[in-house]
Design a protein around this ligand. Structure first.
Ligand code: UFG
Length: 337
């Protein structure tokens, strides 16, 4: 029988790609999204790719009783929880909003699941929980560090809460994302730009498109081979597929809480990303070297061997494909500055 998966934040960047992969794997997703960082037009893209327009509720996850009604109406089997604020800088300015929405939202969701007898959850976490790891690549057993921001803190608290709650019957998988980039190869869904991007790849594509004058590389005096920071960039479609594997795993595993690193295992510098973009698109990027950005981690990349072995998942797209799809997505966006 087709399994129904509730996807909170299912119209967002990672959520929408996951909905597409769920449909392709034969699941029936039900989207719950309050449109705080997305639009209903994302449904058109999902429908064009998959041929199915999933049911979508415009709802804040803080509305516990509404969530309960949805879980019962659709006989939801499991939940993937993306709905959260994610801007690191904004979280420093509005910490209470982040705790309310991200921690409060998770508590509301868990109550709704408990009250309706649902006990399978996939949680969106982040490599931010590790801070600057002492040893690289970072494994799931590496210690949590002090969070760099209230945003990071909400992910840490979320995971710690889930570890406790899993002891009372909530079966949880926490996926710790590294740096998701790119877009669906069809360019029908991707990351919607809102103002000046904080993240590297949207800033690169917007600079190449003439939306931004120049990219600033934040520091070239780090202890890395070219002096710029190292990250583990992962194609959003690969990341989305990890959620489908997590749903399969949840229905089989006895373990009540499991965390997986979701990255490629390859650390790349900012300059290497720029070079790959230039090679892939044959566009020379206007960039300058600037000062370090406060709070940046020097280097982090994943050991994803646990996800490879236990989830049966691995990243397939390389950096050039990430750049190609990010650029294709940028190309069809309406011009805005
Ligand atoms: N960078 C630049 N110029 C820019 C933007 C970024 O040089 O204009 C550099 C950063 O300094 C960093 C790298 O590009 O070295 C990647 O930066 P991003 O902002 O794209 O990504 P981060 O690794 O800083 O942040 C990401 C997510 C956060 C999450 C964090 C840790 O965006 O949500 O990983 O998990 F908290």
């Amino acid at each position: 029988m087709t399994k129904t998966i509730a996807v909170t934040g299912g119209l967002g960047f990672i959520g929408s790609h996951t909905v597409v992969e769920l449909i392709e794997a034969g699941y029936s997703p039900v989207i719950i999204d309050n449109l705080s960082n997305s639009t209903l037009s994302v449904l058109d893209g999902i429908e064009k790719i998959s041929g199915i327009r999933p049911t979508c509720y415009t709802l804040n996850v803080l509305e516990t009783s509404e969530l309960e009604a949805i879980f019962n109406t659709h006989q939801v089997d499991a939940v993937i929880h993306f709905a959260a604020f994610k801007a690191v800088g904004e979280s420093v300015l509005k910490p209470l909003d982040y705790y309310h929405n991200n921690v409060g939202g998770l508590i509301s969701l868990l109550n709704a699941m408990k009250n309706t007898g649902r006990n399978q959850l996939v949680f969106s976490s982040s490599c931010t929980v590790y801070g600057q790891p002492q040893t690289l690549p970072v494994t799931e057993n590496s210690p949590f560090s002090k969070a760099e921001s209230p945003y990071g803190q909400t992910k840490k608290i979320g995971e710690e809460m889930l570890m406790d709650i899993s002891k009372t019957g909530m079966k949880t998988i926490s996926l710790r994302y590294f740096n998701p980039v790119g877009a669906h190869p069809s360019a029908l869904i991707g990351e919607l730009p809102l103002g000046i991007p904080n993240n590297l790849v949207p800033f690169i594509t917007q600079t190449a498109a003439g939306w931004r004058k120049q990219l600033t590389v934040f520091g070239n005096d780090y202890q890395t081979h070219d002096g710029t920071c190292i990250r583990d960039y992962i194609h959003v479609v690969d990341l989305a597929k990890a959620h489908v594997k997590a749903i399969e795993y949840l229905s089989k595993t006895e373990a009540m809480f499991t965390a997986f690193n979701i990255g490629t295992g390859q650390g790349l510098t900012v300059l290497e990303v720029i070079k790959a973009f230039e090679e892939t698109t044959q566009i020379q990027l206007n960039y300058q070297i600037g000062l370090r950005r406060k709070g940046d981690i020097e280097k982090v990349w994943a050991d994803s061997s646990k996800a490879n072995a236990e989830l049966g998942w691995e990243a397939k797209f390389d950096l050039h494909q990430m750049m190609r799809d990010a650029w294709k997505w940028q190309g069809q966006l309406p011009i805005t500055i």
